[in-house]
Ligand binder design. Sequence first.
Ligand code: UD1
Length: 338
Amino acid sequence: MGKILVTGGLGYIGSHTVVALHESGYSVLIVDDLSNSERTVLQGLEKIIGFTPEFIELDLRDKAAVKNIFDQHSFDGVIHFAASKAVGESVENPLLYYENNINALVYVLQNCVAHGVHNFIFSSSCTVYGEPDYLPIDESAPIKRALSPYGNTKQIAEEILHDLCKVSDLRTILLRYFNPIGAHDSALIGELPKGVPQNLVPFITQTAAGLREQLSVFGDDYPTADGSCIRDYIHVMDLAEAHVVALDRLVKKAQQEPVEVFNLGTGQGNSVLEVIKTFEEATSVTLPYKIVGRREGDVIAVYADTKKATQVLGWSTQRDLATSLSSAWAWEKRIRGL
Ligand code: UD1
């Protein structure tokens, strides 16, 4: 089995994917700038996989340093997680987002081409669909104008990869994530948001742990059954395992087109109020919450049509919402010593 460069490999999805890659026999080199992750993630990984994975602290905006990595190692593929992902921050500081999410991608790709690395997996997002015209949403749905620089970087990155794969030997799988939640079964790795969590599930678990007074539900006047927004919450280990299946497909040269796109979701939409209820039932913790106004930029409802991933990748999710939420809670309890 080959060696895979995992950029952003100490981040939330990256670290879980490192575990899944190890389980499938791949070796990894993790690079991460620690801007939104902690070195201690390595200890969690070590406990799970039995050794400390190879890690280099590196800012991918450093073009020379990126070249150096490719000069010194030989990779069978790259999984590119490294990116900034806070929507609000991207509005405040767009150039940081274009530099981190676009410049860095270009440097990595230049080296893939120069060093004959043919297999590339990119972390895209269902945010590229904007407010969908139909549900569940499949991969052929139109890309809508991005509402934030963050969303725009995902669209531009997809275009860069399409352009490059037309004129090079690079083959790419674009994985469009829906809403990843939960943690590894061991609770040794999980989501580590810096500051006040912007995403629903870490806010829920921090509220349950007593770090936050109460959860604000952003709007109950949407045109949905209970008035709150609907998303497709996927267990991060299901998501991680999809990366391995996608990588196997690239390595086996089984691709039909130079760029393939897959939705990674469960196919099931759940409202914010359903998530709260499921969390309470699964954990027996009562969650204080209040309904507040809508959050700017939120789409009403989005969930995946997963047919393509099921049929082409032979992958489907194995863990339900209650399992995902319980695992997020187990992780929160462990890091808070509860
Ligand atoms: C958000 C980003 C998306 C990004 C993804 C991953 C926005 C508008 N979208 O997705 O582009 O790819 O994170 O980082 O920021 N909610 C509450 N209270 C909270 C937090 C969230 O009610 O305290 C609600 C939201 O209104 C939404 C749902 O929970 O309906 C999920 O929110 P969140 O976890 O932030 O994910 P997205 O907004 O779907």
